[in-house]
Design a protein around this ligand. Sequence first.
Ligand SMILES: [Fe+2]
Length: 454
Amino acid sequence: MVSLATDAALGLTNLDDEIVVDELALEGELPAWLGGSLLRTGPARWDLGKQTVNHWFDGLAMLHRFTIGDGRVAYANRFLRSKAFEAAADGRPGYREFATDPCRSAFQRVASLFAPGATDNANVNVARLMGKWVALTETPLAVTFDPETLETLGVTKLPATTGGLAHPHGDEGTALSMGVHLMGPRPQYRLIKDDQVAARLAVKRPAYVHSFGLTERFAVLAEHPYTVNPLKLAVGKGPFIEHFEWHPEDGTRFVVFDRQTGAHVGDWRSDPFFLFHHVNAFGDGEDIVVDMCVYADPEIVAALGLQRLRAGEAIPKAYLERFRLKPGGGVERTRLSDEPFELPRIDYGRVNGRPYRYAWGSGARAEFFDTIVKVDVTTGETLTWGEGYPGEPVYVGRPGRTEEDDGVLLSVVLEPERGASSMVVLDAATLTELARARVPHHIPFGFHGQFSRA
Ligand SMILES: [Fe+2]
């Protein structure tokens, strides 16, 4: 039994139960127009029996579904039956995860870096790609699942042998991913359009890539100086992320590809910073504007280690910052809000790649994510909502809206006083709570989800 040092630590304990509930206890009132399913993935088992994994990111993936309709909320949760899940049945991790390495021979380590040896523990994000719902992690292996039953259907290998694919752009139409191609002697950043390589750039020491930005014309990757020697990654001992090194003297480079021609355009550099998430990007005259959740350095990677989180150590804060890439190579950097800001969402279908007004996220004021934040990126005006430990706020716009914030936010909140979680529905404009659907168990802290409209 894990002893809980803090209220938040409950969100980092195993959830073993898989349940189906037709109607959750509901407080408040759901908007009549809101219908569909919030589908989420996240880690749910870190203590495997004989071994505990090292990091929040390394728990076995579980899917969660909140289905909203007819004034009710139904819920189901189910472990992803991945190869990683099956391999861990003997009490230890079977695959090389983000910060956990199973004991293996050097030969197996090389093999485990590349598919089919890569992990399919898809606990980072879900997406509808080419007509199928998939759970994603940072390897080329996507796990298809049934959005109704949450049954695991199989593993799909994403095009090309890239890592860094947890945040694709697009949905049922064209899917765009940006990742690091690690096979062979010459690593590359690659922009993948459906199953074709649309752009590539050779790189000696690739950076850790988690997401990228997309304007109407360009794909943009903030290449922070947290980089790896690919050969050492392939043959070295230890988990994936421990091979990365921080080189602040290199600064951050912005890699920009023309989406049509695939050309690598321009060369912009800024002060060093670390990031997981691009928020949005757009063209503004000759400038390219890139908004991101920015950390001073990669200390957050170690801070999200399981022992440290369970002990209640505070995580470093990210802030919403704007980088304006000027013609000729200049970069202007502006902090858009002083409120900590991570796990960003926007009105994606309408404003991704375009000038926009609102971003929503989770912020960590104390030790862990404890606030939902709305930022007007044009004025810096910031609203917050804080109760329990809310995760990523998924924005769902009201059909027919004319205002960008006319909709709701759906967020899974851990309620320490109840020892369980709820899905809260907030007014996206005011952050007023509209409804709360109580789940009978705690939902371990997860990462990302998507709303599938009815
Ligand atoms: Fe992410």
